[in-house]
Write a protein that binds this ligand. Structure first.
Ligand code: NAD
Length: 264
């Protein structure tokens, strides 16, 4: 199986540190022969991302804040100049004001709603459009979502609404780019302790609950998310597009916990 990604070049957006989901995916893709470029948001995170890039021998490490479209354009201008062609993209970016990742969804402010939607949802469309222009031999893109897009969960609030819109975008983008052999999918990850994950109110208790009641009775690992990214970004999943692929120890199939589990 090694070498599945040999000859493929991909952009990974959303590494903040070595706990990031995007970092787990980068390691797996690198191990399977992919050539990678990373983006980072702001110089403070750049200081963490650059040493990680070095570990994998990644030379293309570019600043990119998706709130600033000029910065997204600059990233793709460099990719066009250095590589000319792109085979895959990982978009692992999400943000909402921490103060509104608690309490009621009904209290979401207009300003935070717009900002959350632009960063956590629309940025994928803007990235996908630019990436598709470089995917001259077809390609594959993934974004990251969470099951609270489909069901209400305390505190996830506006982020759940943004993830629902993100999942709808995956289907529309898959439909737009499918005729050119470009596939677009999302991985719906189970809870992972990351910077973004810990911003959600009462995250610890909710993550523990989900892990306890998932069919596999545990959380998922960065390596498992890496394996699923490898599947979706490689030719192994050649016939798959527009899917929301759950990697969550099966939690999404549970309507209610087993009565025995509620007692413990
Ligand atoms: P993380 O904090 O490691 O990564 C989030 C990334 O988003 C960071 O690298 C941050 O720099 C980037 N980002 C935020 N605003 C940005 C902006 N304006 N421009 C560019 N980048 C920006 O956390 P993570 O958990 O690895 O998050 C990656 C993705 O996975 C997110 O979309 C998140 O919603 C999703 N996700 C996380 C979990 C979880 O439990 N951690 C579960 C399901 C889905």
């Amino acid at each position: 199986m090694e070498g599945l990604m040999k000859g493929k070049r991909g952009l990974i957006m959303g590494i903040a540190n070595d706990h990031s989901i995007a970092w787990g995916m980068a390691k797996t893709l690198h191990a399977h022969g992919a050539e990678l470029a990373f983006t980072f948001q702001g110089e403070a995170l750049g200081k963490r991302v650059k040493p990680l890039a070095e570990q994998l021998g990644v030379d293309l490490v570019l600043p990119c804040d998706v709130e600033d479209i000029a910065s997204v354009d600059a990233t793709f201008a460099v990719l066009r100049e250095k590589w000319g062609k792109l085979d895959f993209v990982i978009h692992a970016i999400g943000f909402a004001d921490k103060n509104e990742l608690k309490g009621r969804y009904a209290d979401t402010s207009r300003e935070n709603f717009s900002r959350t939607m632009v960063i956590s949802c629309f940025s994928f469309t803007e990235v996908a459009k630019r990436a598709a222009e470089l995917m001259t031999d077809g390609g594959s893109m993934i974004t990251l979502t969470f099951g609270a897009s489909e069901r209400a969960m305390p505190n996830y609030n506006v982020m759940g609404v943004a993830k629902a819109a993100l999942e709808a975008s995956v289907r529309y983008l898959a439909s737009d780019f499918g005729p050119r052999g470009i596939r677009v999918n999302a991985i719906s990850a189970g809870p992972i302790r990351t910077l973004a994950g810990s911003g959600i109110g009462e995250a610890r208790a909710m993550f523990a609950y989900m892990q306890k009641h998932a069919p596999l009775r545990r959380g998922v690992t960065l390596d498992e998310l890496g394996g699923s990214a490898l599947y979706l970004l490689s030719d192994l999943s050649g016939g798959v597009t527009g899917e929301i692929h759950y990697v969550d120890s099966g939690y999404n199939i549970v309507l209610m916990p087993r009565p025995d589990d509620l007692k413990t």
